[in-house]
Design a protein around this ligand. Sequence first.
Ligand SMILES: Cc1cc2nc3c(=O)[nH]c(=O)nc-3n(C[C@H](O)[C@H](O)[C@H](O)COP(=O)(O)O)c2cc1C
Length: 432
Amino acid sequence: MHLIAYLKTGPTALHVGSWRHPEATLDDIFEPSRYEDIARLLEAARFDGCFYADLLGLYDTHGGSFATYVQGAGQISFLDPMTVLPLMARVTRHLGLGVTLSTTLIPAYYLARMLASLDRLSGGRVAWNMLTSSTDLEAQNFGLDNIPPRELRYDHADEVVEACCALWDGWQADAFVLDKAKGIFADPSKVKYQNYSGRWVKTRGPLSIPRSPQDRPILMQAGASERGRQFAARWAELVFTMQYRKSDLLTFTKDIKRRVAERGRDPADCRILAATSVVIGETESIARERAAYIDALPDPEMHLASSSSSLSVDLSKVVLDEKVVDASQGNQGVQGTRDRIDRIKEAEGMTFAQVVKRNTQSPPIVGTPAMIADRMQDFFESGACDGFVITPNVFPQMYEQFCRAVVPELQRRGVFRREYAGTTLRENLRNP
Ligand SMILES: Cc1cc2nc3c(=O)[nH]c(=O)nc-3n(C[C@H](O)[C@H](O)[C@H](O)COP(=O)(O)O)c2cc1C
């Protein structure tokens, strides 16, 4: 089983409102110790890695203003994740370090250069969440009026990833000679130009950064649309998904694995991780009480603002009817959220208007450590997923409890590693 921790450089990571919990830490958001401590904790528990979700801007979809997000601490990156990952690399030796970087808004050469630098510094532990970005607000921070249509974004993303892979291949592993007596630092015959030339992306190379110990960063992706799934099937070694029920997850996993096989790849090389949160208690009833307390923390307007952001439509203005949303969202909304809302409607017998005013994430697993391990083991062993992206509610308390109580339970059952098999992220993903 693989475990990745979902992180944000801010007080909120998906669960809006849990920052108000008495045990949530807020004063340390700009302290290196916040990032170092969580890295040490996750490594001690043998997590495969962590990743930072990100947005290149501040959500102002809801009510045409960022007021709800700023006041209620919606998901906001208060620091660029690329600045905290080196701090985390410094205090760990095995933990994978994932970062979300946009293929649409950041030039390919710069992506390849940043990722390769961090991959070298961390000894080959980097993962890239390849995101095409779906909001106009981000596009407008980068000189565009609108974000391009989805199909175009993914066609362009294919070229960006092709270009990056070519650049990462520019240096042979044994190019460094370091021979002072002969005056040969590195062998130029082991470095090559790429001259990548696509429809949109052109880059000559070579990259000035030598090959990573894991050859290139792990490629991960979380697209849910038809085109997003095609992209995942071609490139992704890790796929993150958020599904409402086990049956939805099984269907998704089967679909991605089939697509991966059709592209001639081994389905085992594309690991599907289900996003889930947990609420842990000494007894089931204590856990349920805690879950109810945590659920009551978000301001209801914050839930609606989050739905506005994920659907890319201002739900403060439109009649809360999905037909209006469908008409206004064009192709820019996040398909996964749209699908999940449909599943919640079916499962809970709710209307669209009711669903968007509540938490639209997959429900947390609530119970004792053994109950949580039972559920995770069942999902894993039935082939519904290859592991989990653990999304926090109360930070860092939930991770502390999970690492102290649930991980040892999974280890006792033999479904989760006790030691890392290698030092690079790719080695650890291949040998769980
Ligand atoms: C676990 C998880 C993490 C995600 N993290 C981010 C993120 O950091 N930033 C972002 O803009 N979108 C994020 N998304 C959204 C997806 O990356 C993707 O952009 C979205 O599903 C749209 O893809 P699609 O157009 O193929 O549906 C995340 C989705 C999931 C399930």
